[in-house]
Design a binder for this molecule. Structure first.
Ligand SMILES: Nc1nc2c(ncn2[C@@H]2O[C@H](COP(=O)(O)OP(=O)(O)O)[C@@H](O)[C@H]2O)c(=O)[nH]1
Ligand SMILES: [Mg+2]
Ligand SMILES: [Zn+2]
Ligand SMILES: [Zn+2]
Length: 490
C-alpha cells in the first residue's frame, strides 16, 4: 500500500494537513498578537502617566492582558481541537473507505483465482504494473489507496480506475518485475499454467500442436467456449502450429542461447463463454529439451511453482530395452527422430528444477498433478500394447472388470515401463508426485511427413490436468472419466 505512485494524493492526506496547520497557527498568532497589544499599551501608559494614575492603568492593562490571554487561549485551544478532529475524522473516513475497497478488490481477485504471469521472465504477480494511457507513467499499485478510492488522478491529469469493477482491466499493463517490464495481456483472467517437459525430440512440440489445434478447433466449439487472442506473438506461434498440423510437420523449438531470450516459450490464449467467469487464460509452456540435457537455462522456471499440472513426455524409442527390441521395425524417419536423452537423467534434472522453483525439500512430494505421457505410440506395435486398441481389447477382460478405460491405460503404461527396465522411474514418480497418472498418445498419429496430424490420446491428458485444476471447466468438458487415484496405482 505504501509505494509512491505518480498520482495526486487525496486532499486530506496531503494539503489538508498543511491547510489545517496554517489555520491553527494563525489562530495562535492572533491570540498572541492581542496579548502583545496589551503589553504595548501597558508600557506606553507607564512611561507617560502620573504616579497614581500610572499604577491604576497598569493594574487595568495587566488584568485585561491576563483575561485576554486566558479566554483567548481557551477559545483557540477549542478551535484547534475541533479542527484537528474534523481533519482526523475526514482522514479516517477516507482511510476506511479505501481500506474496505482495497480489501474487496483483493478478495475478488483471490476468490476468482485471478493473477498474472509473465510469459517472458515467468514472474507471478497479483496485479501487473499499469500504464497511464495518456502519459505512460507506471503505476505499480493501481488499487484503492490514499491516491484515490475508486479512481485516481495521474500526475498528468488523466483519471485512472483503481478496481477490477470499473475498468482497470482495460488499461495497458507491463510485467511487475522492473527488470523485465514486458507487456502483459489478459488482465483479470484466471490463468491455467501447464508446462510440457521432456528431453529433446521426445515430441513436446508435436504434443502442444496437436492439443492446441484440436482443443481450439473442435473441443471449444463443442462445449460453448470461444477463443480470444493473447497477443500477436502468440498468434504467430498458433499460425505455425496450424501449418504443422495440416502438413504433418514439426517445427524445431529453437535453442535459446541468447540470455535475453527465455528458455521456454508459452503458447497462450484466452477462452470464454458458457458462463465461465472470469475468462480463463491457458499458458502451455514448451520448454526446449536442451534445458534438461545441458542443464542450461536463461531463467529460473518459476512457472513450476504456480503450474496447475505438468506433462512429462517420454519417447518410448529412448528406452534402451524397448528400442533395441523394435529398432528393425522402425521407419527411417522414426529412427532418426528418436530422442537420445536419458530419461532418468532428465527426471533428475527436472526434479531439481522443480525443487528450486517451489522450495520443496528432497523428501517432500509435490502436490501438482503430473501426467506421464508415452509419446509416438503409433509406432513399433505400441497401439496394441499401450494404446486405445490395447485398452479396448482388455475392456472385457476378467482382470480388468469394472475398470475405467483411463485406468486400464494407466496400468498398461506403468507395466510397459516396468517391463522395459524403467521400474525405478515409475517408483520415483510415485514418491515425488502425490497425484500422478500415465498415458499413451500419438500427437501426429503416424510418422512425420505423411500428411495432416491425426492425434489420439492427447486431449485426454489435457482434460485430466485442466479438469483437476478447474472445476468449472470440469463440468462442461467431461468426455473422459478418471478414478482418483488410478485403479492400478492404489
Ligand atoms: N511417429 C511419430 N513421431 C513423432 C510423433 N511426435 C513427434 N514425432 C517425431 O519426433 C520428432 C521430434 O518431435 P518434436 O515435437 O519436435 O519434439 P520436441 O523436441 O520434444 O519438441 C518429430 O520430428 C517427429 O519425427 C508422433 O506422434 N508419432
Ligand atoms: Mg520442440
Ligand atoms: Zn516479466
Ligand atoms: Zn498520466
Amino acid at each position: 500500500m505504501g509505494n509512491h505512485q505518480p498520482a495526486k494524493i487525496s486532499y486530506f492526506f496531503s494539503k489538508g494537513y498543511s491547510d489545517a496547520g496554517n489555520v491553527i497557527k494563525g489562530a495562535w498568532v492572533n491570540n498572541w498578537g492581542t496579548v502583545k497589544w496589551y503589553r504595548t499599551k501597558l508600557s506606553d501608559s507607564w512611561n507617560s502617566g502620573h504616579s497614581v494614575a500610572r499604577w491604576f492603568l497598569a493594574v487595568l492593562w495587566i488584568f485585561g492582558m491576563l483575561a485576554v490571554f486566558a479566554v483567548g487561549s481557551a477559545v483557540t485551544a477549542i478551535f484547534t481541537v475541533v479542527n484537528v478532529a474534523v481533519l482526523a475524522a475526514a482522514m479516517s473516513v477516507i482511510y476506511l473507505c479505501f481500506s474496505i475497497l482495497w480489501l474487496a478488490d483483493l478478495i475478488y481477485l483471490k476468490s476468482h483465482k485471478i493473477f498474472s504471469t509473465c510469459p517472458i521472465c515467468k514472474a507471478k504477480f497479483l496485479l501487473p504494473s499499469f500504464i497511464c494511457p495518456s502519459c505512460g507513467a507506471v503505476h505499480t499499485e493501481l488499487r484503492p489507496s490514499k491516491y484515490g478510492i475508486l479512481k485516481r488522478q495521474c500526475n498528468c491529469g488523466a483519471t485512472m480506475p483503481t478496481t477490477f469493477a470499473n475498468g482497470r482491466n482495460g488499461l495497458p499493463a507491463i510485467c511487475s518485475n522492473q527488470e523485465c517490464a514486458r507487456p502483459i495481456f489478459g488482465i483479470g483472467s484466471r490463468p491455467i499454467c501447464i508446462p510440457v517437459i521432456g528431453g529433446r525430440n521426445t515430441g513436446k512440440t508435436a504434443f502442444i500442436t496437436a492439443f492446441s489445434y484440436d482443443f481450439i478447433q473442435s473441443v471449444m466449439p463443442s462445449i460453448g467456449l470461444t477463443k480470444e487472442n493473447y497477443d500477436s506473438e502468440k498468434e504467430t506461434i498458433y499460425a505455425t502450429m496450424q501449418t504443422d498440423y495440416t502438413t504433418g510437420e514439426t517445427s524445431a523449438t529453437t535453442r535459446e542461447t541468447d540470455p535475453s531470450k527465455p528458455s521456454s516459450v508459452s503458447y497462450s490464449f484466452l477462452t470464454t463463454g458458457n458462463g465461465l467467469k472470469p475468462k480463463r487464460l491457458l499458458h502451455i509452456y514448451d520448454i526446449a529439451g536442451e534445458v534438461f540435457t545441458d542443464n542450461r537455462e536463461n531463467e529460473v522456471q518459476q512457472q513450476y511453482d504456480y503450474s496447475h499440472g505438468i506433462v512429462l513426455i517420454i519417447d518410448p524409442l529412448s528406452i534402451t530395452d524397448f528400442a533395441n527390441n523394435v529398432w528393425d521395425r522402425l521407419s527411417s524417419i522414426d529412427r532418426a527422430s528418436a530422442s537420445d536423452a536419458d530419461l532418468l537423467f532428465i527426471m533428475d534434472s527436472f526434479l531439481q528444477k522443480l525443487q528450486q522453483a517451489t522450495g520443496l525439500s528432497d523428501v517432500q512430494a509435490s502436490g501438482v498433478p503430473l501426467a506421464v505421457v508415452i509419446s509416438k505410440a503409433d509406432c513399433a506395435g505400441l497401439p496394441e500394447m499401450i494404446g486405445d486398441k490395447a485398452v479396448n481389447a482388455l475392456a472385457s477382460d476378467q482382470a480388468y472388470s469394472g475398470w475405467k478405460q483411463t485406468d486400464i491405460m494407466d496400468d498398461l503404461c506403468r507395466k510397459f515401463l516396468r517391463d522395459n527396465g524403467m521400474a525405478a522411474f515409475e517408483l520415483a514418480i510415485k514418491h515425488k508426485f502425490k497425484k500422478n497418472r500415465f498415458f499413451s498418445c500419438s500427437a501426429i498419429g503416424h510418422e512425420r511427413g505423411l500428411g495432416a496430424y491425426k492425434p489420439w490420446g492427447v486431449l485426454r491428458v489435457m482434460q485430466w490436468l485442466i479438469a483437476s485444476a478447474d472445476s468449472d471447466i470440469a463440468k462442461i468438458w467431461n468426455t473422459e472419466v478418471f478414478s482418483d487415484p488410478p485403479q492400478g496405482a492404489k
